[in-house]
Design a protein around this ligand. Structure first.
Ligand code: SAH
Length: 345
């Protein structure tokens, strides 16, 4: 695979242009074209000879959409092809406050959560920062309307564990926020982790006020480990301490994801224990009914059970919402589209 030009920030592109013997204003044109989600060969303001030289070292396009599915609820799901032929997926959701894109950070995942389709074939490789950014750039280009951005919020909840690809993810968040670029603030970025504690501490010191989201999905370490192998490495108490540190350093409240799975984590006693665990903490709980994954034996808690769970949390003074399962008819959950593609459907 050639290099990925989207890995570079504006300063680095200026250096690059100089190395190729081009004037500084060419770097600006190159950067603008890249941020508009264009392939190198589509940036027509640049001299052909410069593009040809770049193509010897850099991919024309690191990320190409090869399939789009549109849900009845308007959610769009994309299958992206990377330059080395690997495929990843992303989701685009329209809300009243803006448009949210869900991006992948790795090809596959090695965290092994039992309910998640992304981890079925393990981790193939990490994405570079430019491959993560390019997912946003191409989707933004599809939905942009004049000067209005197509994508306003980004969630790192596609395939992969963001904190298992730490440096690329942090570089991505910085380049996403760059002025003159697509300019999406870290405040509009949510980073979801299964709870890699050391990296949660590191993130708190980056000076990037992203919304930290932790996939909790249970209330005791023993039960959590049944569906999330990472629970054998880090205890819930350690995760909560890392969250408290994150709040102290950034002033941002944190969020817990809790996917309701029948017979696993959705009983009254789980809801009550969750109230005790989170009482008084500056956090919010996002409940969602599991998206059924056919390769997995687990299934969603009923709508009634989910409403009941929500009620217990709210009565217990915990800020919580039950999210709609957007795009459930198009394989909306993590890794489902890619898994289907790889198995030839
Ligand atoms: N690795 C990160 C981010 C990717 S998953 C993490 O673990 O947080 C994004 C969220 O979707 C996580 O909360 C994950 O646990 C959840 N998830 C994965 N598969 C799901 C499914 N089939 N139904 C509901 N939620 C799911």
């Amino acid at each position: 695979m050639k290099k990925i030009i989207q890995d570079l920030n504006f300063e680095q592109l200026k250096q690059l242009a100089a190395e190729y013997g081009e004037k500084p204003f060419r770097a600006k044109q190159l950067y603008t074209g890249i941020m508009q989600g264009k392939k190198l060969t589509e940036i027509s303001v640049l001299p052909k000879a410069f593009i040809q030289k770049l193509l010897e070292d850099y991919e024309d396009a690191p990320v190409t959409i090869i399939k789009t599915l549109v849900s009845r609820d308007g959610t769009e799901k994309y299958l992206f092809r990377l330059a080395d032929g690997n495929v990843i997926e992303g989701v685009f959701m329209q809300y009243s406050y803006g448009n949210t894109q869900c991006v992948s950070t790795q090809v596959g995942c090695r965290m092994g959560c039992k309910f998640c389709a992304s981890t079925l074939g393990g981790r193939i490789r990490d994405l570079t920062s430019g491959e993560i950014l390019s997912q946003v750039l191409v989707v933004n280009a599809m939905h942009a309307d004049g000067k209005k951005r197509g994508v306003t919020n980004v969630v790192l909840m596609g395939s992969g564990e963001p904190l298992d690809n730490y440096q690329s993810v942090v570089t991505f968040i910085r380049n996403l926020a760059a002025e003159g670029g697509i300019n999406i603030s870290p405040r509009n970025v949510s980073l979801s982790t299964c709870g890699l504690v050391p990296e949660m501490y590191k993130l708190a010191d980056e000076g990037l006020p992203v919304n930290l989201t932790v996939s909790l999905h249970n209330v005791t370490d023993g039960e959590r480990a049944r569906t999330m192998p990472i629970a054998n490495r880090y205890k819930i108490a350690e995760i909560l301490a890392a969250c408290a540190n994150y709040f102290e350093k950034t002033g941002r409240r944190y969020i817990f994801e809790y996917s309701l799975i029948e017979g696993e984590n959705a009983d009254d006693k789980h809801a009550q224990a969750l109230c005790r665990l989170l009482a008084g903490k500056p956090c919010h709980v996002n409940l969602i009914r599991l998206n059924d994954v056919k390769e997995r034996k687990l299934s969603a808690a009923s709508e009634n059970a989910a409403q009941n769970f929500l009620q217990i949390l709210q009565n217990g003074g915990i800020s919580a919402t039950l999210r709609r399962r957007m795009g459930a008819d198009i394989g909306g959950a993590c890794g489902q589209l890619r898994a289907g593609y790889l198995s030839g459907q």
